[in-house]
Structure formats: structure tokens, C-alpha cells
Design a protein around this ligand. Structure first.
Ligand code: A2P
Length: 256
């Protein structure tokens, strides 16, 4: 399982009856790269119950932020959704993952494709000044079933643009591209459909996905990963890793 430390909940914010975010004290020794995940959880019946959670905060932040789904019968989230400031939480000491800038070759445009809580690692990446030093344009897509589920991302993007530290790096490089699939919204449909129909490229006035210029990170459900991966491969992009950087990387968003 690896080593864990006992940390303290600093704040909790509920977005919908399915989604909430919380902030946790950060041990001084805890280092991570933007986009990585860590094991996190609670002691249940005297035993640690841990799941992989992407760190949503940037590496310069004094606290650690996480964005979670609430699953009514989920072993961990059915309990975690009731946490309050001051409560204890277990945090793994080592962060890992493939949704990191170092797993991609240099490029011009970075696509961050997310659904649901899959936005969490990208919440870290879009708050990292390094992202804007490496790319001319950063396109964050977030697709949810319902409009209310976009709120975390909407707040995040607004805050990043205003941030005294990161704001000047962001400039006009960050493009936020939300869509909703099960309710009326200004943009509807799955990201895969918006790509297949060329809608995203038209709306953003960018060329279609191209291995010469474009890099992609993908985070969502298993099906979403498969379908987005297929679009990347069709466009000629190859999958990268920490050991062998390439043109796109994927990671499953935490569920349950
Ligand atoms: P849809 O409403 O059409 O299923 P989930 O909560 O199931 O992970 O879904 C989050 C969002 O991801 C929803 O908007 C959902 O659309 C979308 N989605 C689900 N499966 C895929 C997929 N295979 N490719 C792209 N988007 C998907």
C-alpha cells in the first residue's frame, strides 16, 4: 500500500449532490508534478481505505485540493462526502501518474480533454506556469451530463485568469470549452462527437488534430478514454509515458 500520513481537512465545498471538492493540509515533504495522483482515504473499521485521487491544486499551493464524485454506496465516497474541516484524512506520501507535461513531446497546442471528475488533474495543470511556458495555446474541454456539474471548472478557470501569480502566464493562452450532454446548454454533445463533426475546430478556429503541433491529455471514464484515444490515433498521434514521451497521454478518472 505504501506509506501514508495523517492530514487535516481545511475546507469542503459541495457543488451538486454528486460532486464536491475539499482541501487538505500538505506535508512539507509532499512533492508532486502537476497532473499526478496520490492515494487518499479514511480509516474504516480501523483499516485504511484508500483510492487514487488526482491532485487538483498546483504544486506551488500550500494545501492540496481534490475534486470527488459522491457514490451513494461507494465504499470510500459514501463516507468521504461527509468530511468536515478539522477531520483527519489519510494521504499517501508518493504521487505518480502519466498526465504530466514531461510525458509529452514539445508542441504548440495542448488539449486537456475531460469528463466529470476527470477535470481534476487539469485543474492542477492549468494553474502551473510551466504549462504556459511550454505551449502557445491550452484548450481545456470539460463535458458533463448536467450544467450544474460544470461549476467547479467554471470557477476554476475564472480564478486562474485572475490569479496574481499565474494570471500573467495564462494571458489569452487558456481556452475553456465546456459541453453538456443531458440538458440544454450553449454547447451540447460529447467531446468525441464535437471532434468528429469538426465543431470544436471550427469554433476555436484551429486546424484539426495534428501530430506535428498538437499534444493531448485525456481523463475520464474507461469508455471515454478509449474513444478519445481512438481519435488521437486516427489523427496520427502516439501514446506517451514518463519513460517515453510522445503525443498523447491518458488516465482513468477516479470513480466510486
Ligand atoms: P453522456 O451523457 O452522453 O453519457 P459519466 O458521468 O458517465 O462519466 O459521463 C460524464 C460525461 O462524459 C457525460 O457528459 C457523458 O455523456 C460523457 N461520456 C460518457 N461516455 C463517453 C465516451 N465514451 N466518450 C465521450 N464522452 C463520454
Amino acid at each position: 500500500m505504501g506509506a501514508v500520513s495523517v492530514e487535516t481537512i481545511q475546507s469542503v465545498k459541495h457543488y451538486t449532490d454528486r460532486l464536491f471538492a475539499f482541501r487538505v493540509s500538505r506535508p512539507q515533504s509532499f512533492r508532486f508534478r502537476s497532473g499526478e495522483f496520490v492515494m487518499l482515504g479514511l480509516k474504516v473499521d480501523g483499516k485504511p481505505l484508500l483510492r487514487a485521487y488526482s491532485v487538483a491544486s498546483p504544486s506551488w499551493d500550500e494545501e492540496l485540493e481534490f475534486f470527488s464524485i459522491k457514490v451513494p454506496n461507494g465504499p470510500l465516497t459514501s463516507r468521504l462526502q461527509h468530511i468536515q474541516p478539522g477531520d483527519e484524512i489519510l494521504l499517501g506520501t508518493k504521487a505518480v501518474g502519466t498526465l504530466v507535461l514531461d510525458a509529452l513531446l514539445p508542441g504548440k497546442r495542448l488539449y486537456l480533454l475531460s469528463t466529470g471528475t476527470g477535470i481534476a488533474p487539469f485543474a492542477s495543470i492549468i494553474r502551473d506556469p510551466d504549462t504556459y511556458e511550454r505551449y502557445e495555446q491550452v484548450i481545456l474541454t470539460h463535458t458533463c451530463r448536467e450544467v450544474a456539474e460544470l461549476a467547479y471548472g467554471q470557477e476554476l478557470v475564472a480564478a486562474v485568469r485572475e490569479d496574481p501569480l499565474v494570471g500573467e502566464f495564462v494571458g489569452d493562452k487558456l481556452v475553456y470549452y465546456p459541453s453538456v450532454t443531458r440538458e440544454p446548454f450553449e454547447r451540447q454533445g460529447r467531446i468525441t462527437k464535437l471532434m468528429d463533426d469538426g465543431v470544436i475546430y471550427e469554433e476555436l478556429a484551429v486546424p484539426a488534430l495534428n501530430p506535428e503541433t498538437d499534444r493531448v491529455m485525456i481523463c475520464g471514464s474507461m469508455d471515454m478514454l478509449e474513444d478519445c484515444k481512438a481519435r488521437c490515433e486516427q489523427a496520427g498521434l502516439t501514446e506517451g509515458s514518463n519513460a517515453r514521451p510522445a503525443e498523447f497521454v491518458i488516465e482513468k478518472a477516479f470513480v466510486g
